[in-house]
Design a protein. Structure first.
Length: 157
């Protein structure tokens, strides 16, 4: 079986754009109210590029199959954003690897805590986060599509 590669990439790269379009389309299909990126808390390209953030692409045989991003904040925990794995790649551990790589990058950039939010419809994501040591916390933002907010202390990893 071919190896999945996870590499940093510019969020404006066509493979990154493809993943984000697929991610938004999936959220629109799955969320009870649909999904409009304009209503969501933004994660602009400049926020997902060093030094402000990082965008990771998962690819298999050169084709994009997943993504995840970090937003670094001064004096606040780093946020994990835009975690997505293509249907065709689910069950292969790609999401767990992406999450682990994002945590590693966050730690190397000085983050002690990472946090994220998710929608109640994304049961597989919620399960992944809990199994990876994330603890549900009080809402830390006003993301209109979020029902669950999670944090993980990287210093106890």
């Amino acid at each position: 079986m071919a190896m999945v590669e996870i590499t940093p990439i510019d969020p404006a790269h066509p493979h990154a754009r493809y993943c984000l379009q697929e991610y938004f389309a999936e959220l629109n299909r799955r969320f009870e109210t649909g999904f409009d990126p304009a209503r969501s808390i933004p994660a602009a390209d400049d926020e997902l590029r060093l030094p402000s953030g990082l965008f990771l692409l998962a690819s298999l045989r050169g084709e994009p199959i997943g993504c995840g991003a970090l937003k670094f904040h001064d004096n606040e925990p780093t946020e994990i954003k835009r975690m997505w794995v293509a249907d065709s790649a689910r069950g292969l551990g790609v999401g767990r690897r992406l999450l682990s790589e994002l945590e590693d990058h966050a730690g190397r950039h000085g983050a002690r805590i990472v946090r994220l939010e998710t929608n109640k419809t994304l049961a597989e994501a919620i399960s992944l986060y809990r199994s990876a040591g994330y603890i549900e916390v009080a809402a830390f933002n006003d993301e209109p599509y979020a029902h669950h907010w999670f944090e993980k202390n990287l210093t106890s990893k």
